[in-house]
Design a protein around this ligand. Structure first.
Ligand code: NAP
Length: 236
């Protein structure tokens, strides 16, 4: 592990991912923050914000990729390792949902949900391992919806339940490399994704993205080694 850590955060154009990337970008013990989202004006603005707040030691590297596209995700992994070297801290945060009752679920939407929420984090981890990457910490962002199924959220709940379980397996298999694998399950948090799930809720009354980001940063810190991070629930 290098002295200044390299951090990679997916889904960093807004919400929890942007707040997480910002916390790492402000640190003096970080050298690079690799951020991933689809190409959009929002992502451009996020990158500009990260560059504005970053500590002098930190370089911000944006990668514009659709994580539902497996070939593009594999290419991303190759590019990241070739361009930036070892990823010490990986935060698999990108997430997608389109809540629909069972009778109306379009199978292509189910596949998209699984691709972004489950297959992409798997592909990034496996691809980097194949490239020779040695992770210090991997944080997978699941959800309390993955612990208890919710009516109308079948595809999302199923994908997040799988993320919780996948994290347990990664945690066991990667321990021999000295890698810690943590799973974070946020409860309701004021983001665009939450608005899709609960359009009538007042975002000012619920947890904010920075609160979850602080928990993720803690897991990647020294004290994180002593926290039971098999599935850390962060909620009000
Ligand atoms: N908010 C909550 O209440 C809550 C609760 C539990 C868990 N979570 C989880 O927290 C994580 C962050 O979500 P959030 O609440 O912060 O939502 P958000 O503000 O909507 O952000 C979602 C992020 O994921 C990225 N993303 C989505 N689809 C993508 C794709 N196909 N390719 C690349 N990036 C993609 C988005 O980027 P672009 O759209 O710009 O590409 C965005 O940066 C997710 O895993 C979510 O499931 C959220």
């Amino acid at each position: 592990m290098s002295e200044q850590r390299s951090v990679m955060v997916t889904g960093a154009s807004k919400g929890i991912g942007l707040a997480t990337a910002e916390r790492f970008a402000r640190r003096d013990d970080v050298g690079q923050v690799v951020v991933v989202a689809r190409d959009s004006p929002a992502f451009d603005q996020a990158v500009a914000r990260l560059e504005a707040v970053a500590s002098p030691s930190v370089k911000v590297w944006p990668h514009r990729v659709d994580l539902a596209d497996r070939a593009a995700t594999l290419a991303l992994v190759d590019d990241v390792y070739a361009m930036h070297g070892n990823v010490d801290v990986l935060v698999n945060n990108a997430g997608y949902t389109r809540p629909e009752p069972i009778h109306q679920i379009d199978f292509a939407e189910f596949e998209r949900t699984m691709a972004v929420n489950l297959y992409a984090p798997f592909t990034v981890v496996q691809g980097l391992l194949h490239a020779g990457n040695r992770f210090e910490v991997v944080v997978n962002v699941a959800s309390t919806a993955g612990m208890n199924g919710r009516s109308g959220w079948l595809t999302y709940s199923a994908s997040k339940a799988a993320v919780i379980n996948m994290s347990e397996v990664m945690r066991e298999e990667l321990a021999i490399y000295g890698t810690r694998v943590a799973c974070v399950s946020p409860g309701r948090c004021a983001t665009d994704l939450r608005r899709a799930l609960a359009p009538d809720e007042d975002p000012a009354t619920i947890m904010q993205p920075g609160d979850v980001a602080a928990a993720i940063e803690m897991l990647a810190s020294d004290v994180g080694r002593f926290v039971d991070s098999a599935n850390l629930v962060v909620r009000q």
